[in-house]
Design a protein around this ligand. Structure first.
Ligand code: FES
Length: 102
């Protein structure tokens, strides 16, 4: 079962193969923001994949995600992904930029 290492908290969570980063995180109490509900319609679930080589352990980015990421305020980086679109294929480390505050 692939593992997701969460930065900056240092949590390690399990992901079922093919599940999105967001789905795995929410299921295990890591509250990544997801204003649109995971439909690639906001950018609050914007995450960074660190190190960059870990990108290969996520599903490829489709055009919809790429278009959406272009609108991230502050700019998109080479290791930017949307947690609701990136499916987990292997162990990966993710830096969460926006946590939900309760
Ligand atoms: S939750 Fe809105 S784009 Fe991912």
């Amino acid at each position: 079962m692939p593992k997701i290492h969460i930065l900056p908290t240092g949590q390690v969570i399990d992901a079922q193969e093919g599940e999105t980063v967001l789905e795995a995180a929410l299921r295990q109490g890591v509250h990544i923001q997801h204003a649109c509900g995971g439909f690639c319609a906001c950018t609050t679930c914007h995450c960074l994949v660190e190190p960059l080589k870990d990108l290969c352990f996520l599903s490829e980015m489709d055009d919809e995600e790429a278009d959406r990421l272009e609108r991230v305020s502050g700019g998109v980086l080479p290791n930017s992904r949307l947690a609701c679109q990136a499916k987990v294929l292997g162990d990966v480390q993710i830096r969460v930029l926006n946590f939900e505050h309760h």
